[in-house]
Design a protein around this ligand. Sequence first.
Ligand code: SF4
Ligand code: SF4
Ligand code: FES
Length: 221
Amino acid sequence: MSDIQKDNLTAEDVALSINGHFIKAPQSMSVIQALWHNGYPRVKGVGCLDGVCGSCRVMVRRSNSSELKMALGCQVLVEENMDVFFLSFSAPSHHSYDLSEINTSWDVQTQFHEIFPEAEKCRHCHGCNQACPKDIDVELGIDLAVKGRFRESGELFVECVMCNLCMTGCPEFIDPNHVGLFSRRVTGYFHTRPSNLINRLEAIRMGELDVSIEDDEQLQS
Ligand code: SF4
Ligand code: SF4
Ligand code: FES
């Protein structure tokens, strides 16, 4: 950065590079806000601004580090001498399936290996874990799904925002986030309701249990 550029900074500002642009912005701003603050109206790759839509993927290199980290642009605050690059790519999954074609929960594991044949080839290279801005143990999630432990696998992916960063980092084209989504879907689809609830519903269906819904006034009294 030139001395002239540094002279224009206020005490609270930091100077950094975003997509090759010289940017100065208050430390409280995210890298997206810093772009806007400097007159760059970025819209592509920006959605919720709250860390949930997974659209604003960025690659970040911090000062005095050669390490590149993946992150969500709306969740990263600007830092002095930071380099930030927005990543724009579409990543359609090459896996498709129809849950209604899986007849029973006994068939799920066989179907999983037909839908995701690459999953059992996981190299345990940690690439997906390193790419994940949500710190999900993606690699463990794949391992659990390969072993048929879909409920545990799905629970690991509860905070997944489908940013696809793990997908692009996987050398085996496993689509780890879609394995997580599959695990969550089959867990929900084949979930057995609590037996006491099923018993009550069956009793209602058979006319053995009379249920009357009281009106609001009675409920509130
Ligand atoms: S699991 Fe993959 S898609 Fe989900 S948040 Fe992590 S990197 Fe993004
Ligand atoms: S990036 Fe792919 S191959 Fe590497 S650990 Fe993750 S799922 Fe396995
Ligand atoms: S804009 Fe939605 S996660 Fe950043």
